[in-house]
Design a protein around this ligand. Structure first.
Ligand code: TEU
Ligand code: CA
Length: 541
């Protein structure tokens, strides 16, 4: 397999609204990112994925774009953006733009024109249907609750919105839409960006009349066209968000022949703590066996056929230390364990802002404190369906997207040093103990554990290219090896807060040398391997 720079890179995701505010309006901004580039260099990351910074009325925090070639007022100006690209470039950091082209904002000039009349030259940029029996064309649902169809009285037709009403879906069948998108992508490529993260890319080939959303018939045709017309041959990192991809789909998207994308985000591991066939709000405890099965499947079955992304977190997901770890007594140990488990695997790791200091979920006092449209719509819908409000709040505490969107905790001053004004969303009250300043003063912090994992990936070919094998062990332990020619790594993790005999099989007679551990004096002999709560060790042998 041809080697690429992004095989060895680590990506850091910034949610600009919550990262760092420099002008006291309570909203993070581009100058705030520029100010924190040294912090990111110290961590050692190579790439920033920037959640959307384009002009937007913020119905969905920038995932509703009204102008792809301009910057959101609250975040700054195009000059700030150019400066960010230049400053990051000087530090060897590339920037991925978030490409949100399944839909635009209803305030985008195309939609403003399109809704004027059926004869508008932009009408066919969106998806319009006549009413059926005086109601919605069909029962397609929006991810943000309710029907995916919105009636527009001015022309008497419905438009499709798979997300909010203010996010009308673009009509990808229209070659003019595709051409405008290629031009827009090339505008950003010409500015020197490092690539694109592609929002819900799996929806682009949809056929709403047949109720097909993901993996529609023309999806890969469009992606190959996009590749040829924009980033193909330019050595950029492209990653598609694909909730419904299986191995065959992933192999097609990330075909090593370079005809589509570099890699995708697949979410199979993310669905393991929800009731099968239900929504993410319908909770169920994670079974470690399921996690092993799913991670192992992706590690082994995509081998040689595509490339994985490795992630626990993003701006849509709860904080991993609260979700699969322990955000109380063993917060530090479990955060490091989860980092080791993931970064030891094959693929490109993604770190979401605050993950590197072990930020946790939040429980806000009242539903009024929440900001996320998905959460608020679900609350209203389930209340209407007769759910107990306490139960709804439990789901929100566990899965709500605002868990990931509270301001980055920089220090122990008011509002965690995020802003001198009033933050747009509550700061997690634990900022006095969990913050970056404190992490940087402590050589044993989660931050420096991530730094070491990133450095190891730079130095160690086996960590980048080694093939993966799951080892038999105690059911509470997750153990695997990586092999690349004569080099071998082993990752052995106690996934829970109880001391356990690891009982690892398959390493008998090997001399294990510890490369990284989250405890002093970890064991190095699998014949007698007692692991303390959340103990995680990366060995070479
Ligand atoms: O997310 C796609 C998506 O399907 C999510 O809404 C997901 O189902 C949900 O967040 C799980 O909690 C992308 C973006 O990452 C998200 O922030 C946007 O809201 C969405 O697309 C629309 O652009
Ligand atoms: Ca600001």
């Amino acid at each position: 397999m041809k080697q690429n720079w992004w095989h060895r890179s680590v990506v850091y995701q910034i949610y600009p609204r919550s990262f760092y505010d420099t002008n006291g309006d309570g909203i993070g901004d581009l100058r705030g990112i520029i100010k924190k580039l040294d912090y990111l260099s110290l961590l050692g990351i190579d790439v920033i994925w920037l959640s959307p910074v384009y002009k937007s009325p913020n119905d969905d925090n920038g995932y509703d774009i009204s102008d792809y070639r301009d910057i959101m007022d609250e975040f700054g100006t195009m000059q700030d953006m150019d400066e960010l690209l230049a400053e990051a470039g000087r530090k060897g950091i590339r920037i991925l733009m978030d490409l949100v082209v399944n839909h635009t904002s209803d305030e985008h000039a195309w939609f403003v024109e399109a809704r004027q009349s059926k004869n508008s030259r932009y009408r066919d940029y969106y998806i319009w249907r006549d009413p059926v029996d005086g109601g919605e064309p069909n029962d397609l649902r929006s991810t943000f609750s309710g029907s995916a169809w919105q009636f527009d009285p001015q022309t008497g037709q419905y438009y499709l919105h798979l997300f909010s009403r203010k996010q009308p879906d673009l009509n990808w069948e229209n070659p003019n839409v595709r051409r405008e998108i290629w031009e827009m992508m090339n505008f950003w490529i010409d500015k020197g960006i490092g690539g694109f993260r592609m929002d819900v890319v799996e929806l682009l080939g949809k056929d709403p009349d047949k109720k097909i959303k993901e993996n529609g018939p023309k999806l890969h045709e469009y992606l190959k066209e996009m590749n040829r017309r924009t980033f193909g041959g330019k050595d950029l990192l492209t990653v598609g968000e694909c909730w419904c991809a299986g191995i065959p789909e992933a192999a097609e998207y990330s075909n090593p022949d370079g005809s589509e994308l570099s890699m995708i985000f697949q979410f199979e591991h993310i669905g393991l703590d929800q009731q099968p066939g239900k929504e993410k709000w319908d909770l169920k405890p994670l079974e470690l066996d399921d996690l092993k099965r799913v991670m192992t499947k992706w590690q082994t079955e995509l081998e040689g056929k595509g490339w994985n992304s490795l992630f626990w977190n993003n701006h849509d997901l709860p904080r991993i230390v609260s979700r699969f770890g322990d955000d109380g007594r063993y917060r530090t140990e479990s955060a490091k364990m989860l980092a080791t488990l993931l970064h030891g695997m094959k693929g490109t790791p993604y770190i979401y802002q605050g993950e590197e200091i072990g930020m946790t979920n939040i429980r806000m006092g009242s539903i009024k404190d929440y900001r996320d449209i998905e959460t608020l719509n679900m609350y209203r819908e389930r209340l209407g369906q007769g759910y107990d409000p306490k139960e709804i709040m439990r789901s929100i505490y566990a899965k709500g997207r605002d868990n990931a969107r509270t301001p980055m905790q920089w220090d122990d001053t008011e509002y965690a040093g995020f802003t001198t004004g009033t933050p747009w969303i509550a700061v997690n009250p634990n900022y006095q103990t969990i913050n970056a300043a404190r992490a940087l003063e402590d050589p044993d912090s989660i931050f420096f554990h991530y730094q070491k994992l990133i450095r190891l990936r730079k130095e160690n070919d086996c960590m980048v290219y080694g093939s993966y094998r799951l080892l038999e062990s105690d059911p509470d332990v997750y153990a695997y090896t990586r092999t690349y020619g004569d080099s071998h790594l082993a990752v052995i993790c106690n996934f829970y807060g109880r001391t356990v005999d690891a009982a690892v099989k398959g390493l008998e007679g090997e001399t294990l040398r510890i490369l990284l551990s989250n405890y002093e004096q970890s064991p190095a002999d699998t014949a007698h391997m007692t692991l303390r709560p959340y103990e995680a060790v990366l060995y070479e042998y």
